[in-house]
Design a protein around this ligand. Sequence first.
Ligand code: NAG
Ligand code: NAG
Length: 217
Amino acid sequence: MTYSFVSVALSVTLLNNVMNNVNGMKVAVYYEALCGDSVDFITHQLYPHFSELSDYIDLELIPYGKAVHNYNNGSYEFSCQHGPSECKGNKLQSCILAHNDDQLKQVQFVNCIMRRRSRSSSSTVKGCARQYHLDVENFDSCSKGSEGDRLLAGMGDKTLALDPSISFVPTIIFDGKYNEDVQNDSLVDFVAVVCSKIGGTKPSICENRHLPRRLWN
Ligand SMILES: *[C@@H]1O[C@H](CO)[C@@H](O)[C@H](O)[C@H]1NC(C)=O
Ligand SMILES: *[C@@H]1O[C@H](CO)[C@@H](O)[C@H](O)[C@H]1NC(C)=O
């Protein structure tokens, strides 16, 4: 009895470790909807091999970028690097991300949007959410009401809390700490950076994968 209880408990723990990111590697991606470098990073670096790396990563997607907001007499005002439609796009994404925790689906969803020209339109965002079976039940009320503003402001508070403050979009942060080499390498070979940080047995995608060579070394 005791033995099987312990062994079941142990198996559950091991399973949980695999499902909940053994390495405890946190990756935060600070990006914005209408930014070409964000499109490049998400479609060429983050998305293509994410399913192979997802077990090792605890991902957070933060669509805000180089924007500002303030709270004035009961409502939020936002100003985004690429204008009001970028704020709208970021808000629409925030509404879906906040109601859907599955990080693989989140990446598929954001990749789907970033490939489109009409990245700020409700129909694009909703269509991409539906395509990957994300919950869209709250989407309309969230995006048209105060919830969307509050969520976007929350993305903003996280972005504005960065130290040093954000200078390039996208910014990729591992384990809460900005590092310029890691940032630069991530833009060139995100998979290699993740692989370099996985302790113990690495997934096969990591075989013969090396950090980008730094020519100035
Ligand atoms: C604040 O908002 C209320 C309601 O919208 C409005 O009646 C009032 O004039 C506003 N006050 C200022 C200082 O803008
Ligand atoms: C990172 O890339 C930027 C832009 O290309 C460059 O100016 C900077 O020197 C690089 N930093 C490091 C540590 O390699």
